[in-house]
Ligand binder design. Structure first.
Ligand code: FA5
Length: 351
């Protein structure tokens, strides 16, 4: 029996088979264990002889089991190491990668261009009070322009009684920066703004970049040059033309709407950069309204504590999402904020 067991142990090729042998020999019902139990019925003389013999067999089998177990474990480890070898010459599997959202990309691009023109970047709170968003921008409580902003108000007033809202434009940053830094000043203020509004070119949350220059002897020519220089750099095209249309904002006087025109002759051949909201005209231009601007109303300078006899300024507010649509050829603004990974994979920028 011992020889059979030792042979079986030697022949075992897996740890499971080895365990089966151990149970068969040394387990509760294994034959060595059963033999040990018979000792009780033996006479003392018989027992004296049998006991060491059984123990010897037990020891021999146990030693064989241990040796084989160690051998099989080493073999298993070696097999594992061989199978897990890393082949450095194989191409790496594709990992899903994040990308930079077109809005973030455009914000970076425009901050860089304006930095070259000497503009610093300012920020302000998205939860704003009524005074900074409207009143100080020359829109008092009864001003009809307030109604045009489709404002999200908070139901509760602030401790000081102020009505709180989600800012409807980046223009309140003009007031905050003028109050904290005074004149002269030259800044842009990119950020999120909110209006209850939604279609292909309007979303309830969107992005604007405010621009503000206040200094002595600033005039409309400075505004036009700045916007033209910015858009040529941003669109990387010399044939960009600006159209400043007379308009009205309570916080600028005079006020102009900024349309960007780009030649649609070339656009057709190059595969086109026509965008929803653009409209062509006879001299071969497509136009897209990108923002509002004008000379800062002296009432606004006064609200911000600036000497309006000494200083003048210009300001503009551009829709960042719209200029992104125009540059990168997207046609539905709502897709910007759906978070669809396929859209991001297509339009996103590699980090
Ligand atoms: C303003 O918000 C003014 N604060 C701009 C301004 C600043 C004028 C400084 C003068 C001086 P307006 O409401 O027109 O103006 O918005 C400016 C631009 O934001 C629009 O031309 C458009 O490009 C963009 N815009 C407006 N509403 C939305 C919207 N719901 N979704 C996406 N873009 C929008």
């Amino acid at each position: 029996q011992k020889q059979t067991a030792l042979a079986a142990i030697e022949a075992a090729t897996t740890l499971d088979a080895l365990e089966e042998q151990r149970v068969g020999v040394l387990g509760k019902k294994g034959w060595v264990s059963l033999a040990l139990k018979t000792l009780g019925q033996m006479s003392p003389d018989e027992r004296k002889e049998a006991a060491p013999a059984i123990q010897a067999v037990r020891g021999e089998v146990a030693a064989a089991l241990d040796a084989k177990k160690a051998e099989l474990e080493t073999a298993a480890l070696e097999a594992q190491l061989t199978s897990e070898t890393i082949d450095l010459t194989l191409p790496a599997p594709d990992q899903p990668k994040g990308s930079i959202h077109p809005v973030s990309q455009v914000m970076d691009e425009l901050a860089e261009i304006f930095a070259d023109l000497g503009f610093s970047v300012a920020t302000g709170p998205e939860i704003e009070d009524d005074w900074h968003n409207f009143t100080a921008l020359n829109m008092d409580e009864s001003h009809p322009a307030r109604a045009m902003h489709d404002t999200f108000y908070f139901p509760d007033k602030a401790q000081d009684g102020a009505s709180m809202l989600l800012r409807t434009h980046t223009s309140p940053v003009q007031i905050r920066s003028l109050k904290s830094e005074g004149a002269p000043i030259r800044l842009i203020a990119p950020g999120r703004v909110y209006r209850s509004d939604s279609d292909a070119t309007h979303t309830p949350m969107f992005h604007q970049v405010e621009g503000l220059v206040v200094d002595e002897d600033i005039h409309l020519g400075h505004l036009k040059w700045t916007l033209e220089t910015f858009f040529k750099a941003f669109f990387e095209r010399e044939d960009i033309v600006l159209r400043l249309r007379p308009s009205y904002f309570p916080f600028t006087e005079p006020s102009v709407e900024v349309d960007v025109g780009y030649s649609n002759e070339g656009a057709g051949k190059e595969g086109g950069r026509r965008v929803v909201g653009g409209h062509g005209d006879e001299d071969g231009h497509d136009w897209m309204e990108l923002g509002g601007s004008g000379m800062v109303n002296r009432r606004v300078l006064e609200f911000a504590g600036i000497d309006a006899d000494k200083y003048q300024g210009f300001a503009f507010g551009l829709g960042i999402d719209r200029i992104a649509m125009l540059k990168y050829g997207m046609n539905d603004l709502r897709a910007f904020f759906d978070g669809d990974p396929r859209w991001l994979a297509h339009y996103g920028f590699s980090p």
